[in-house]
Structure formats: structure tokens, C-alpha cells
Write a protein that binds this ligand. Structure first.
Ligand code: 26Q
Length: 819
């Protein structure tokens, strides 16, 4: 069907909006506010996306080139409306149209709830990657789960984190399109049996299974002003039709309803842990459900187009595993090729290895996924058989290469033997993939040195690095419109799709008038953040003070505690009257704690307790403020990162795989105080060491310190630290609940503290003193700020995706054509 292209001008927007308002959605004029307006505008914009979506998918189909699939249990998309307007280049027109109805566009956008289908870095990385793939016009599809409940909403009550369910779909989701006709069936439980096929060959089939349906919901992923719209396909679980019928006919009404319930449970809720909480059966169900549905979807399309000839499959398909979470995909693909299409093992294995690639996001041992063989076998009997076969063939290779080295074979086995044998998902991913990467240079190197040492020895060429990046569209163009306009006026607009162009800003660092404009914009952004802090914390931040920010998941390795110790030290200095040449600071800490992570929750209580004492003490006035900002999420970061002046990236060296918040802050002109960890190292390389506040042990020093770490000796040598710990021990911040923070103090003083927090205290305080001194010279600070933005080009996710594409996927870009 031929259709004229839809207008993107204000008049067209108004017409469509009016039509949606009056007819389709059936609201009357008294409702010209709030959610109805949002919904109608969303539909109006969505129509423009869907048109481009059709053209893009048609072009991909006709090009018949290789396609890639990004498999991830998390996509932390945030809001879609602003992104749609930005990428369609319809911001001005839409704002004008809304003004025509007497509505403020900003208010409309506030109606959208974040799509919070992720925990943190790994989920947001997936979202940035989709934006870059669409912008680079690469045929990449995201596959994930459509959780009914995303990341919980965080409230603070009496200083404590309270979790509220995030029922983000309550009002419907205008950004998704249900595709019931593409539903697939996913098997659970049952058993396997062998049978002889027509050709006389023996095959295996998975029988007596309890099946669940996977229904896809597609979300459009627009590229930046290029006509491309890619797809994020999210699966929802539902009960199978005939299973229902059978049960109902047998008269077991309640059993049928219960079965339906169990099926729908699978995609009910996102697990809110960004590490650990291993071994939960529902989590394995989720992982397998995603893998199975996505692979069937790809294979169904393949067979529809090419028949059962898989000889070109590996040349035309690539799967990227976002950590081990979707690693069942390896066994799912093998099963489909072996059992459903009767390929020989070697051919199926070749295809699997050629198509699978694995990205690791953590070295923390508690985050490495293992599944009990017993549970795995009960839930996924056929997959376990396949994994055993993969392992047997793999271990044979190991013993051929290292004859007699039984210890090595034991170490490298995908199955960890013992009382309760376990499937090691990371090893399965490494064995089955042709590419294994870490997410920053240091992290990739540590993977080769420690976690995957044996595997690196066996297959050095499999291992590579892909330093993370973030999309400059959302994290600069959208979040910081004023700064973007200044950059456009100075160096043109090309930076939006070629971030290296920001280099051209360097020369403006020495331009006094430019610096004044730069400062003015930061000031405006600080006002905006101050308003949010006022609304959400009831604290009036002084916009003249330095904005010092640490937002990320709460975890001991990220060392929010080190930040708090420094704040307490500043407070102590104020109380002692040691305030000569003081640099006023507003410290903001935000982030969610996994609901079962006791220490993280206690750290939140500490931040709030310290904040309460500091903010109400008259002596700190104009010198120091501290808040814990509740419900840190994507849309909050859009306000926070343009306003930050100091970015806290203070993890124990070797523990933060990359970090990506650090990149958003840098792009927006914040200076970093950080350890030599993750991408901080590369940020410092790009910015230059003079424009980065470095402190702390290196990853090597951290490892060398273990075993003879002596916090008592550090205390003995440091009067400031003794005073800070003394304040904590004397219950200065918890007079009404003595003992509350004792576990925190104990962990800091423990010689086995894995995070070596006190080891870095002195160096951190000294680096903070340098920060304070540097801030007093506003001209030079602004210079450094400009240089940070100017040198942030490397940290565009466009660069990361070009690296993946060049070295792992090998896709050709495809331009959509008009009908
Ligand atoms: C595992 C088992 C059971 C339930 C949940 C999980 C789980 C879920 C999410 C484990 C880990 C995650 C997320 C990890 C994560 O976000 N890692 C971060 O990834 C970023 C992108 O590469 C890096 O920048 C960060 O350094 C890394 O911490």
C-alpha cells in the first residue's frame, strides 16, 4: 500500500494530535492535561516512527545481508518521547504544536514513566548500543524481556530505602506494538527420548514438557535523523492455549488458572540485583525463556526465507551475549539445529561458535553465574544433555593439548564437580563463542590474567577489548540542550554523529568569553538540579557551591563509604574551625541498593544520617551540604549529569569493569576524581593527567596488599581518619539508634576488608584538597571542564559499536529507501 509520508511540521502534528484526542482515544477537552495529552502526542510521534520502521525493515530484508542480535536480560531505555522527537528532528515543531493547545511540552514529557527494564550499567549500555546501531544504520535487533515490573522505585523513609513496585505499564505503553502472530512456544521440564528417523539416523526429542508461549512486543529504535528505525523485541510469557483448554475440559478449573499464573510469572519482574542472588529457579526460567524465544524467532525467519539449508546461516547471523545471562542461547541453538533440523553435531557446533560472541561485565566472584546441575536438569533436561556433550568434547581438546594435566581439565570444566555439581555459565560462554571481550582495557586485561587465564592460554585470539561508550544523543544533545547549542555555534553539529569532532572545542578553552558562556550554562543546569533536589530532598542546594556527585548502584566495591568518610572529614574540619580558603560543596549521592543487600541498605542509612546532621548544623551554612537523592534512574541522570562539576569514580581498583556514568559526566564537562579502574584509566589518558584528579592504589597494588592489609596501622598514622571513625563510633550520627553503624565501622577496620577503603583514605582526601583548590580558580577550572568535554569523543557508543562491527560482527550498513 502506497502512502504519502507524514508531515513533521507543527500543523501536521496538531492535526494528528487532535484526531487522536477526539476520536481514537476518546477524551474530551476537559482532559487537556496530564496523561491523555502525553498519550495522544506519543501516538502522533509513533506514527512517524512506524513509517520509517517499515522502510527500514524492508531495506534490511532486500539487502539480505548479515544481521546481528543483541541478547540481553536488561534494556534500561528510560523515556522514549524526548528521544523520538530528538531523533526525528521534531523538537521545535512539537513544542510549537503543544503551545498551540496551550500545553507546555516539558510537562507532557514528565507524564512518561521510565522504561526501567534494567539494574544499571549493563542495561543502560544495551540501550545506548541500540541507539548507536540505529544511528550507524546497522541491522541489529535487541532481544529482551518485557517485564511487567521494572526496577523498583525507591523511597526514603526515616533514612531507610523502601521499595515500591514499578508498574510501568499501568497506563499502557504507546511505544510498543504487540505481534501475537509471531508468538513462539518455549518448553520446560519433561524428558528426552531417542527415536529413529526416516533416514535411519537416531535423533533426540524433548517430550512431556510444560510449554509456555512467548509473545513479542516490538519497540521502535530510531537512528539520529537518518530514516532508520531498528527493533527492540521484548518477550512476554503467557499460558499456551490448548494447555488451558485441556485443563478446563478436564474440569480442573483452578489448576488451569494456576498453570496460567505460573506461565505469566516468568516475565513478571526484573531481578533487582546487579550482582549475586544466584541460583534462583525463576531467574533461570527467565534466561532460558529469552534465549529460546529469540533463537526460534531468528531460525523461523531463516527457514521461511532459505528453507532448511543452514550452510549460510553463520555468514548471515551474529549473536552478542550481554554477559552470561542469555548464555542458554548456546545450547538452544544447538538443540534447534540438532533436534529440529537434524544437522550433524560438528556442523551445528561450527555454526554456534561462528555466530556467538560473549561480553563479560564483571570480575566479582559473587556475580559469576552458576546453576546447580540438578535444577538445570529438572528444568531443561535436553539443554543439560547438550551442555554435557559440549563439555566432553571440549575437555578432550584440553587433554590433547595438555596430556596428563588432570588439574587443568578439572579447572576448565564447564561442570564444576563436587557435592552439588554446578554449570559454570561463563565457561560455557567462552567455549561456545568465537569472541570474548571485556568492557575497558584494564578489565579485558584482568580477564586474561585471572578469570579466563586457562582459556586465554588455549585460545589467545578469542579475547579482545571493547571499551564501553554512551550515546551522545541522549547524554549530551538531549540532556544538555544549552551546552549543545553553544557547541553547535562553535564547531558545528557534526559532533552528534562523530563525537571526535569535539576535539575542535579545545581551542576555545583559552577563550575567555567562551569560558564565561560555558560557566553560565553549567550554572543554569545547576539551578535545574537544585530545583530537583529541593523537590525530592527538601534541601536548598547553593548553586554557587561545587556540585560533587556520586550516582550509581550502591555497592561496597563502588565505595560510597569513602565518599561519606570524606564528607564527615569536611564536617569535622568545619567544627574545628579549619575553614581557611574553603571551597563550598554540595555533595549528592544517589543509587539503589539490591533489596537483599544489607550492607548497601545500611550505607544509604548512613548517608541520610550524616546528611541530616550536616544540613541542620548552622556551622556548615554556606560551606557544606549533603543529600541522598531518592530513586536514581535514567530520567534523573538526564538532569544530574549536565549539572555535575565533580564526578566521583572511586571504586577499588580492579573492581569496576568499566563504568559508563563516568563518561556521561565527562561529556558534560565534569572533572573526575577517580582511581585507576575501568574506563577511568582511558578517560584520564584522553583528558590528560592535569585534567583528572587521580588517587589510590592500582589494581596490582590492591592484589599485592591483600594478606597484609593493616587498617589499624593506617588509623594510627592518620589523625583525621581517627577523628572521622571516632565520630562514627561515638554514634554522633545515630544518637537515637546506637549500634546502627557498627557493622559499617567493623567492615572498614577489618583486615580482610576486600575493598581496602581505608587504604585509599589519605590519598583521597589529598586529591579532594586539590579539587577544592582547583575550583577556587574558576577560569582554570572552566578550562579543564572544556578540555574534558573536548576529549570525550572516544566514549561515544558509536565508536564502541564500530569496534564491535569491525572486529566481531562484520555487518554492512543499510540505508532505508522510501516506498
Ligand atoms: C545475576 C544473577 C542473578 C540475578 C541478577 C544478576 C545480575 C544482573 C545484573 C548480575 C549483574 C548485573 C549487572 C551488572 C552490571 O551492570 N555491570 C556493569 O556493566 C557496565 C557495562 O559494561 C560496566 O560499565 C560496569 O562497570 C559494570 O559494573
Amino acid at each position: 500500500m502506497r502512502m504519502p509520508p507524514m508531515g513533521t511540521d507543527a500543523i501536521s502534528v496538531m492535526e494528528d494530535f487532535r484526531r487522536y484526542f477526539g476520536h481514537t482515544l476518546g477524551w474530551d477537552k476537559f482532559a487537556l492535561s496530564g496523561y491523555p495529552v502525553y498519550s495522544c502526542l506519543a501516538h502522533t510521534l509513533r506514527d512517524r516512527l512506524i513509517e520509517r520502521w517499515r522502510h527500514t525493515q524492508r531495506a534490511y530484508d532486500e539487502a539480505d545481508g548479515k544481521q546481528a542480535y543483541y541478547l540481553s536480560l536488561e534494556f534500561l531505555m528510560g523515556r522514549a518521547m524526548g528521544n523520538a522527537m530528538l531523533n526525528l528532528d521534531m523538537q521545535q515543531e512539537t513544542a510549537e504544536a503543544m503551545r498551540g493547545f496551550g500545553v507546555r511540552l516539558e510537562d507532557v514529557q514528565e507524564q512518561e514513566s521510565d522504561a526501567g527494564l534494567g539494574n544499571g550499567g549493563l542495561g543502560r549500555l544495551a540501550a545506548c548500543f541500540l541507539d548507536s546501531c540505529a544511528t550507524l544504520q546497522l541491522p541489529v535487533t535487541g532481544y529482551g524481556l518485557r517485564y511487567e515490573y521494572g526496577m523498583f522505585r525507591q523511597r526514603i523513609e526515616g533514612g531507610r530505602q523502601v521499595e515500591d513496585p514499578d508498574h510501568w505499564l499501568r497506563n499502557g505503553n504507546p511505544w510498543e506494538v504487540e505481534r501475537p502472530e509471531l508468538a513462539v512456544r518455549v518448553k520446560f521440564g519433561g524428558r528426552t527420548e531417542h527415536y529413529t528417523g526416516k533416514s535411519g539416523r537416531t535423533h533426540t526429542r524433548w517430550v512431556d514438557s510444560q510449554d509456555v508461549m512467548a509473545v513479542p512486543y516490538d519497540m521502535p529504535i530510531p537512528g539520529y535523523r537518518n530514516g532508520t528505525v531498528n527493533t527492540l523485541r521484548l518477550w512476554k510469557s503467557t499460558a499456551t492455549e490448548e494447555f488451558n483448554l485441556e485443563e478446563f475440559n478436564a474440569g480442573s478449573y483452578t489448576e488451569a488458572v494456576a498453570a496460567k499464573n505460573a506461565a505469566e510469572h516468568i516475565t513478571m519482574v526484573l531481578y533487582p540485583n546487579d550482582a549475586s542472588e544466584n541460583g534462583k529457579e525463576l531467574r533461570l526460567r527467565q534466561q532460558y525463556f529469552l534465549a529460546s524465544a529469540s533463537l526460534q524467532d531468528v531460525i523461523n525467519r531463516w527457514v521461511a526465507k532459505h528453507g532448511e539449508d543452514f550452510s549460510q546461516f553463520a555468514a548471515k547471523n551474529a549473536f552478542q551475549l550481554n554477559d552470561t545471562h542469555p548464555t542458554c542461547a548456546v545450547a538452544c541453538l544447538m538443540r534447534l539445529l540438532l533436534d529440529d533440523y537434524h544437522l550433524e553435531w560438528d556442523e551445528a557446533w561450527h555454526i554456534t561458535q561462528e555466530t556467538m560472541a560473549y561480553t563479560n561485565h564483571t570480575l566479582l566472584p559473587e556475580a559469576l553465574e552458576k546453576w546447580s546441575v540438578a535444577m538445570f536438569g529438572r528444568l531443561l533436561p535436553r539443554l543439560l544433555e547438550i551442555i554435557y556433550e559440549i563439555n566432553a568434547r571440549f575437555l578432550e581438546q584440553v587433554s590433547l593439548r595438555w596430556p596428563g594435566d588432570v588439574e587443568r581439565v578439572r579447572r576448565m570444566s564447564i561442570i564444576e564437580e563436587g557435592g552439588q555439581p554446578q554449570v559454570r555459565m561463563a565457561y560455557l560462554a567462552v567455549v561456545a563463542s568465537h569472541s570474548v571481550n571485556g568492557v575497558a582495557a584494564l578489565h579485558s586485561q584482568l580477564l586474561q590474567q585471572y578469570l579466563f587465564r586457562d582459556f586465554y592460554e588455549m585460545w589467545p585470539r578469542k579475547f579482545n577489548n571493547k571499551t564501553n561508550g554512551v550515546t551522545p544523543r541522549r547524554w549530551l544533545a538531549w540532556s544538555n540542550p544549552e551546552l549543545s547549542a553553544l557547541i553547535d555555534a562553535s564547531i558545528g553539529e557534526a559532533w552528534r554523529t562523530n563525537l571526535a569532532e569535539l576535539q575542535n572545542l579545545r581551542k576555545f578553552a583559552d577563550d575567555k568569553a567562551f569560558r564565561a558562556q560555558w560557566r553560565k550554562i553549567k550554572q543554569d543546569n545547576k539551578q535545574r538540579l537544585a530545583a530537583m533536589v529541593q523537590r525530592d530532598c527538601g534541601v536548598a542546594f547553593d548553586p554557587q557551591a561545587m556540585f560533587d556527585v556520586q550516582v550509581k548502584r550502591i555497592h561496597e566495591y563502588k565505595r560510597q563509604l569513602l565518599n561519606v568518610l570524606h564528607v564527615i572529614h569536611l564536617y569535622d574540619r568545619i567544627k574545628r574551625g579549619d575553614t581557611a580558603d574553603w571551597t563550598p560543596r554540595c555533595v549528592l549521592i544517589g543509587g539503589k541498593a539490591a533489596p537483599g543487600y544489607d550492607m548497601a541498605k545500611r550505607i544509604i542509612r548512613l548517608v541520610n544520617a550524616v546528611a541530616e546532621v550536616i544540613n541542620q548544623d548552622a556551622d556548615t551554612k554556606g560551606l557544606l551540604q549533603l543529600v541522598f537523592l531518592p530513586d536514581y534512574r535514567v530520567s534523573a541522570m538526564e538532569v544530574i549529569c549536565p549539572a555535575a562539576e565533580l564526578s566521583e569514580q572511586i571504586s577499588t581498583a580492579g573492581k569496576e569493569a568499566s563504568g559508563t556514568g563516568n563518561m556521561k559526566f565527562m561529556m558534560n564537562g565534569a572533572l573526575t576524581i577517580g582511581t585507576l579502574d575501568g574506563a577511568n584509566i582511558e578517560i584520564r589518558e584522553e583528558a590528560g593527567e592535569k585534567n583528572f584528579f587521580l588517587f589510590g592504589l592500582t589494581a596490582d597494588q590492591v592484589e599485592a596488599t591483600r594478606g597484609h592489609y593493616d587498617p589499624a596501622a593506617i588509623m594510627a598514622a592518620d589523625e583525621d581518619l581517627r577523628r572521622v571513625i571516632g565520630l562514627l563510633q561515638s554514634h554522633h550520627f545515630n544518637l537515637f539508634e546506637p549500634g546502627l553503624f557498627d557493622p559499617i565501622v567493623q567492615s572498614l577496620l577489618n583486615p580482610h576488608d576486600p575493598w581496602l577503603t581505608l587504604a585509599d583514605f589519605r590519598a583521597y582526601v589529598e586529591a579532594q584538597n586539590q579539587v577544592a583548590a582547583a575550583y577556587r580558580d574558576q577560569e582554570n577550572w572552566t578550562r579543564m571542564s572544556i578540555i574534558n568535554t573536548a576529549t570525550s569523543g572516544k566514549f561515544s557508543s558509536d565508536r564502541t559499536i564500530m569496534d564491535y562491527n569491525r572486529e566481531v560482527w562484520g555487518l554492512a550498513a543499510v540505508k532505508p529507501h522510501e516506498e
